[in-house]
Design a protein around this ligand. Structure first.
Ligand SMILES: [Zn+2]
Length: 89
């Protein structure tokens, strides 16, 4: 379940970071963005059980779910971009 959610979030991140001017796409910022998104989204899924896994797989295929995740990812990109862990370039 972990990899499933992470893979989807990473895919959305890759799409959005390319469309966000000024956002840093270094490995540090990417890690921070993905960690932020996963912290916010994981509690939605019970996880660990086969049922939770099946529900997650179904849920992640929905456009609505992906749109909701995209909002969180974009928010995270903007937060990290305005407060990166490294000096601005
Ligand atoms: Zn960076």
């Amino acid at each position: 379940m972990k990899n499933l959610l992470e893979g989807t979030v990473k895919g959305i991140y890759d799409e959005l970071i390319a469309k966000t001017p000024g956002a840093c796409n270094c490995a540090t910022c990417e890690t921070d963005v993905l960690a932020y998104v996963l912290n916010k989204t994981k509690p939605r899924y019970s996880g660990g059980t086969d049922t939770g896994m099946a529900l997650l797989a179904l849920d992640l295929q929905k456009d609505q779910t992906r749109a909701q995740l995209a909002v969180v990812v974009l928010d995270a990109i903007q937060r990290i971009a305005s407060n990166p862990r490294h000096p601005p370039r």
